[in-house]
Design a protein. Structure first.
Length: 194
């Protein structure tokens, strides 16, 4: 079986003027990047727009010769997509609502930009476990965790939305994280590759 051409080689070829190299890169990562964007915006048209904007940014950066992440093409593109998603929500003055979503995913907000390719594979494997773990939290803690992590709400906003003091909201968040750690240990789940 022929060895697939490495991303870094394709990037170098594209920078050297081989337009076809970019087509291969887009085809190779299309599904992964599109799914990632869709899981955040939950709208096909918006996901498609952000995907196109992502690759416009990629092309501009490569053409200007500003790309220096040798061998880390996919995480770099994912970081661009992640930033464009955040820009989209800021512009539209709304954060995504994750209740009732099949894509309930704590890692969708925590540390996307820090994941390398191997880390992303591990992340995908543990998403389902984490969803079940969060469901084990007491309702008041789960509510604060969701508002803080998924909707990026401040503790002041959480306090206003839940009718409790800021200190109570902070306390619930702290206990949610402590309990999440306990639940992880109870289930003996390894959440990192360290």
């Amino acid at each position: 079986m022929a060895q697939a051409i490495d991303d870094s080689v394709l990037v170098r070829d594209y920078i050297s003027g081989d337009e076809h190299a970019l087509e291969i890169l887009i085809r190779r990562h299309n599904q992964r990047i599109t799914s990632f964007i869709y899981s955040k915006v939950m709208d096909r048209d918006i996901a498609e727009d952000i995907f196109q904007d992502t690759f416009i940014k990629v092309i501009n950066t490569l053409k200007k010769g500003n790309y220096s992440e040798e061998g880390k093409f996919l995480p770099w593109v994912m970081r661009i997509a992640h930033n464009l998603i955040i820009d989209f929500f800021r512009k539209n003055k709304r954060m995504p609502k994750f209740e009732g979503s099949d894509d309930f995913n704590i890692f969708s907000v925590i540390g996307d930009e820090d994941l390398n390719a191997e880390g992303m594979i591990i992340k995908e494997q543990i998403d389902t476990d984490l969803e079940l773990l969060i469901d084990e939290l007491p309702e008041d803690q789960k509510e604060v965790l969701v508002m803080r992590i998924y909707r990026d709400m401040s503790f002041k906003e959480i306090s206003e939305n839940t009718g409790v003091s800021i200190n109570t909201a902070l306390g619930r968040m702290r206990y949610a994280l402590i309990n999440l750690r306990k639940i992880i240990q109870k289930h003996n789940i390894v959440l990192t590759d360290m």
